[in-house]
Design a protein around this ligand. Structure first.
Ligand code: HEC
Length: 122
């Protein structure tokens, strides 16, 4: 599938049984915002808890873990500790990102190689 512009599309597969629909959202980010997001990731040592190399591996915040969340949900998780699934994140997860960092954190996270297969909502 090639997207010609930003927006949301739906792909439905139907073999005559139960059809399955996937939502595909295309977002454009500014390079400067992504860079600010990367800077915040370094400043607040996000990898200290989220790296795949930890034992056990930290929560997946690459696209396979957060792909289902909107940018606003990601910013709320990072800055207010609000878990997109509803509960709060119980580790003092209230990082004071600047406006530019907040605009770019989702861009940076989404630009990382997916760690695993997409995970369903919990
Ligand atoms: C002290 C450890 C720690 C640090 C540091 C940390 N996180 Fe987290 N983060 C967590 C935990 C624990 C969760 C909850 C995971 C869950 O509910 O599955 C979480 C959840 C998240 C989520 C929501 C994931 C989801 O799909 O529900 C995002 C996004 C996130 N963190 C991004 C970040 C970013 C960006 C930084 C750096 C600015 C950061 N975290 C720093 C521990 C940490």
């Amino acid at each position: 599938m090639t997207a010609a512009s930003v927006g949301t599309s739906f792909i439905t597969a139907d073999d005559g049984g139960d059809p399955a629909t996937a939502v595909v959202t295309v977002i454009a980010y500014r390079a400067a915002d992504r860079a600010a997001g990367e800077s915040a990731f370094t400043t607040y040592h996000c990898d200290g808890c989220h790296a795949a190399t930890l034992t056990p591996p930290g929560p997946d915040i690459t696209s396979s873990g957060i792909g289902k969340h909107s940018d606003d949900q990601i910013v709320a998780a990072v800055m207010q500790g609000r878990n997109p699934e509803g509960a709060s994140i119980e580790v003092g997860h209230t990082f004071p990102l600047t406006t530019a960092e907040a605009a770019g954190i989702a861009a940076f996270l989404r630009s990382q190689p997916a760690r695993g297969v997409p995970q369903a909502d919990e």
